[in-house]
Design a protein around this ligand. Structure first.
Ligand code: CP
Ligand code: NVA
Length: 330
């Protein structure tokens, strides 16, 4: 059956079939080729989108803006400080108003329930630009990056190291299950994904021949991994008071050279970014002063190595968000 995502919101990958996810990856490649060959592709001229951010962003915001402009659309950016959203008007009411002005709405915020409710009320496609639970647009970019490196996805060993119950880890588990990959969540017991989500993914794996593993030993976790992925140890929206405990729990899961050497010979390193791999950030400095660390979830050596694909991955955010918008708006 041909894939048709017209009018559909993009809230989490559990809502999409394997074929639909594969279609978005294929479409992303086509958009990447158009961009790299400087071929104009203003396919959505006359449409307008609005970007709502309740948390900060570099990649997601700029991807939506550039992708929107490349497709010929008008783009409005709203942060909580420059609109009534949240303070004097609920997110749901904001969505109902914006749905009358715009053809699509991107939302980055806290609860997944809110973005789902917004999609019900808005009457136009809503794209989840990250919630506490999921980061689905990141996944299409990540899978495109993996495919560019290995030529295929099904059957690859994919290991996430660290806070294995955060939005990125949750989403990776879902997308790997959907695409028949072998996913390992490697981290302390306390930071493993929720049972309910694991069960959903196990069910998906029965159809896709994917597998899931939950491993506490970092050496065991990366063994034979084709992809080693990590993310920051404290996510946006979490209080800074959790840093101390998180560092204690996650220090053994830092992705460094000795760990990468235990992965497959052709293994790549990935990270959604931003990353604390040196002391060139305010937070990095503060953590250094308080806890003495000079790098956190990934060593600078691995981050800067030829195995690291983090900037290709970041670039792919733009091509893939373009594909997601085009597929749902065309
Ligand atoms: N990876 C990602 O979502 O980056 P931003 O927070 O900069 O958007
Ligand atoms: N887990 C991170 C991802 C940032 C793109 C966060 O939510 O802050």
């Amino acid at each position: 059956m041909p894939v048709n995502l017209q009018g559909k919101s993009f809230l989490k990958l559990l809502d999409f079939s394997t074929a639909e996810i594969q279609y978005l990856i294929r479409l992303s490649k086509q958009f990447k080729n158009l961009k790299l060959s400087r071929t104009p592709h203003r396919y959505l001229e006359g449409k307008n989108i609005v970007l709502l951010f309740e948390k900060t962003s570099t990649r997601t915001r700029c991807s939506f803006e550039v992708a929107g402009m490349d497709l010929g659309m008008g783009v409005t950016y709203l942060d909580p400080g420059s609109s009534q959203m949240g303070k004097k008007e609920s997110i749901e009411d904001t969505a109902r108003v914006l749905g009358r002005f715009y053809d699509g709405i991107e939302y980055r915020g806290f609860s997944q329930t809110l973005v789902e409710e917004m999609a019900e009320k808005a009457g136009v496609p809503v794209w989840n630009g990250l919630t506490d639970a999921f980061h689905p647009t990141q996944m299409i970019a990540d899978m495109l990056t993996v495919e560019e490196n290995f030529g295929y996805l099904k059957g690859l060993n994919f290991t996430f190291m660290g806070d294995a119950r955060n939005n990125v880890a949750n989403s990776l588990m879902v997308v790997c299950a959907k695409l028949g990959m072998h996913f390992t969540a490697c981290g302390p017991k306390k930071l493993m994904p929720e049972e309910d989500l694991i069960k959903k993914c196990q069910k998906i794996c029965q159809e896709t021949q994917g597998t899931l593993r939950f491993v506490e030993d970092p050496n065991e976790g990366v063994k034979n991994a084709h992809v080693v992925y990590t993310d920051i140890w404290v996510s946006m929206g979490e209080p800074s008071s959790v840093w101390g405990e998180r560092i204690k729990l996650l220090a053994p899961y830092q992705v460094n050279k000795p760990l990468m050497q235990q992965a497959a010979n052709d293994a790549i390193f990935m990270h959604c970014l931003p990353s604390f791999h040196d002391l060139e950030t305010e937070v990095g400095q503060q953590i250094h002063e308080k806890f003495g660390l000079t790098e956190m979830e990934v060593s600078d050596e691995v981050f800067e190595s030829s195995q690291s694909k983090v900037f290709d991955e970041a670039e792919n955010r733009m091509h893939t968000i373009k594909a997601i918008m085009y597929a749902t708006l065309k």
